[in-house]
Design a protein around this ligand. Structure first.
Ligand code: FAD
Ligand code: NAI
Length: 566
């Protein structure tokens, strides 16, 4: 009985491949492991080896044919055996619509990393762009998100390093923290970046209107400007990038209590709190817990789920939790806040944990239980833009249910990350200007700026298991990496998830110094459908932490040099 030779999936993003060259011809005898055919994708060339012994009785996909993953390439069987079938060819790409000649009028609602990037890309493609922002250019990211948190984390890390300088043979006297200066630095960095975005708007001839936009019709926005005046403006295309705001949980007492703050409040405390209880062990909770604990605050984290950072690799998350606990952060998982009450010392938080209700008192409470889309003012229903409780629905082209209206970033209520918003912004602008491109989040890294940093891309081990993918794991502890040892005493680990059959990189997870930078190489590997061999074949500089990336790849093949292979 003849067996099929199928187009392999050489990477997470691969959907089809082209048969570039048949090494074996019809009638040739083949052994297991013999190279049959060379396949190319838009990213790489790879060889397909035979998994059977017999005769190559029929080539179904001739050279030059595009074949989808798992499509039939050929049959191997007994000489003389007859089989049928042809390879299903991939439908030709729809030719992109011709670009207009530079006069398409585009509106972008919101000037965050989604909106301002979309506006710039649209201007690059020749559109006449108007950006409407109700608050400050830069959105959440520059004003109350990514950037200000990282400034606090940087100061906190500098303080921790200064305290540990003696170990490096350097004696410094740490006199304390000048909180006003920390805040001033945070504001200066933020302002510099916001004015940089304003400069980019001018350089790209983008008209910025300060005001709130709302749909008056499918192509007209009612804009209420900062000075109170109102104007209806009509556009050819509209990109919604309205972002998100902190979610307030229905916990009794939270709303009324002035000591309960969201992330925006926690970035601008008047003084460093003596104690802080964090509701929510997600990204915001963990980053701010890390910063304040470094500044000397007594920190308690209460997380409803059974682990912190649910989207990150579980094994490394457990390691991070231990490290945080060793530094004195109290962490409770499977714990539910019942209510919050004002008391003289600050706030009493009643937490149900292990079947009992325990009371914790803290000067401040950070509520970080997720964010909700900021789409109420947009009047979506009136123009028929489909959404799910404010989360705007789009396809891969970032098109909403209404023609010529696109939506990107946090206001979709899915992956709320600045780099995702920006990537989607470019896609929306390109499609609005006649191109035909799709958003693909496969290479999207998740980064948490803890100490050490934590980053991941692709599948976690849990996800690979859930999907029933056969995988192998390579782990390399950073204790065995020279540069990590110098930088942080060798704390952390790199973990590769590799497909068992084709050895493609499925996921990489890093807990260690510079993890958030190292993950770039791994995202590229996934995007290029690289195999573990591609990582291994790349020479990594010494002494760097990147060497450990290669070592973890080697470990997946039981070839690690600097640790014993199990
Ligand atoms: P936003 O940045 O929220 O921008 C939306 C803009 O639209 C806002 O300026 C808003 O004023 C404006 N707007 C809304 N409605 C209207 C309207 N009707 N008319 C006019 N204007 C309107 N992400 C990362 O990738 N890395 C990080 O390290 C990171 N750290 C974070 C830390 C914190 C504390 C927080 C809160 C978030 C963090 N994020 C981080 C998430 C990141 O900030 C968001 O994913 C990102 O800002 C989303 O970009 P956006 O353009 O979709 O929306
Ligand atoms: P999150 O979704 O990351 O985490 C919220 C956490 O709160 C979850 O673990 C959830 O289980 C928990 N929770 C929910 N209700 C609870 C309750 N009643 N009691 C206890 N725990 C409860 O949301 P977070 O941290 O607010 O951040 C919002 C978004 O901002 C993130 O999803 C992320 O996209 C973005 N962000 C990204 C950062 C980065 O990339 N480094 C940094 C900070 C934020």
């Amino acid at each position: 009985m003849a067996v099929e030779v199928k187009m392999p999936q050489l990477g997470l993003t691969m959907e089809e491949g082209t048969v570039s060259k048949w090494i074996k011809k019809e009638g040739d005898t083949v052994k297991v492991g013999d190279i049959l055919v060379e396949i190319t994708t838009d990213k790489l060339t790879s060889e397909v080896a035979s998994e059977e012994e017999g005769t190559l009785i029929k080539i179904v996909a001739e050279e030059g044919t595009d074949v989808p993953v798992k499509g039939i390439l050929a049959y191997i069987g007994q000489a003389g055996e007859v089989v049928g079938g042809t390879a299903p060819a991939v439908a030709p790409q729809v030719a992109p619509a011709p670009k207009k000649d530079g006069k398409t009028k585009i509106a972008v609602i919101g000037g965050g990393p989604g909106g301002y990037v979309a506006a710039i890309r649209a201007a690059q493609l020749g559109a006449e762009v108007t950006l409407i922002e109700k608050n400050k250019l830069g959105g959440t990211c520059l004003n109350v998100g990514c950037i200000p948190t990282k400034v606090l984390l940087h100061s906190a890390e500098a303080l921790a390093e200064a305290k540990e300088m003696a170990e490096l043979g350097i004696h410094v006297e740490v006199k304390g923290v000048d909180w006003n200066k920390v805040q001033a630095k945070k504001n200066a960095v933020t302002n510099q970046l916001v004015s940089g975005v304003s400069g980019l708007m001018k350089a790209n001839k983008i008209k910025v209107i300060e005001g709130v936009a709302s749909f008056a019709s499918k192509d007209t926005l009612a804009v209420t400007k900062k000075d109170g005046s109102k104007e209806n403006l009509t556009f050819d295309k509209i990109i919604i990038a309205a972002g998100s705001v902190p979610a307030v949980p229905p916990i009794p007492g939270v709303k009324e209590n002035a000591n309960c703050v969201d992330s925006t409040g926690a970035l601008s405390f008047d003084t460093i709190p003596k104690s802080l209880l964090v509701i929510g062990g997600g990204v915001i909770g963990i980053e701010l817990a890390t910063a304040y604990s470094r500044f000397g605050t007594e920190v308690t984290v209460v997380e409803a789920m059974d682990k912190l950072l649910p989207m990150m690799d579980g094994e490394l998350t457990a390691q991070l939790r231990k490290m945080m606990e060793t530094r004195g952060i109290k962490i409770m998982t499977d714990a539910k806040v019942q209510s919050v009450e004002g008391v003289v010392a600050g706030t009493k938080v009643n937490v149900e944990v292990g079947g009992k209700v325990e009371a914790f008192t803290a000067e401040k409470v950070l509520v970080a239980v997720g964010r909700r889309t900021d789409t109420e003012a947009l009047n979506l229903d009136a123009v028929g833009i489909t959404h799910d409780r404010g989360r705007i629905s789009v396809n891969d082209k970032m098109e909403t249910s209404v023609a010529n209206v696109y939506a990107i970033g946090d206001c979709l209520g899915k992956v709320m990350l600045a780099h995702v918003a920006s990537a989607q912004g470019e896609i929306a602008a390109e499609n609005a200007l006649g191109e035909d491109v799709n958003y693909d989040g496969t290479t999207n890294p998740s980064c948490v700026y803890t100490d050490p940093e934590f980053a991941g891309v692709g599948l976690t081990e849990d996800k690979a298991k859930e999907l029933g993918i056969e995988y192998q794991v390579g782990k390399f502890p950073l204790m065995a990496n020279g540069k990590s040892l110098i930088m942080n005493g060798g704390v952390g680990m790199i973990k590769f998830i590799i497909g068992k059959e084709y050895k493609e990189v499925l996921g990489v997870h890093i807990l260690g110094p510079r993890a958030t930078d190292l993950i770039g190489e791994c995202a590229l590997a996934i995007g290029l459908e690289a195999t573990v061999e591609d990582i291994i074949a790349t020479i990594h500089a010494h002494p760097t932490v990147t060497e450990a990336v290669r070592e973890a790849a080697l470990a997946a093949e039981k070839r690690a040099i600097h640790i014993p292979n199990k």
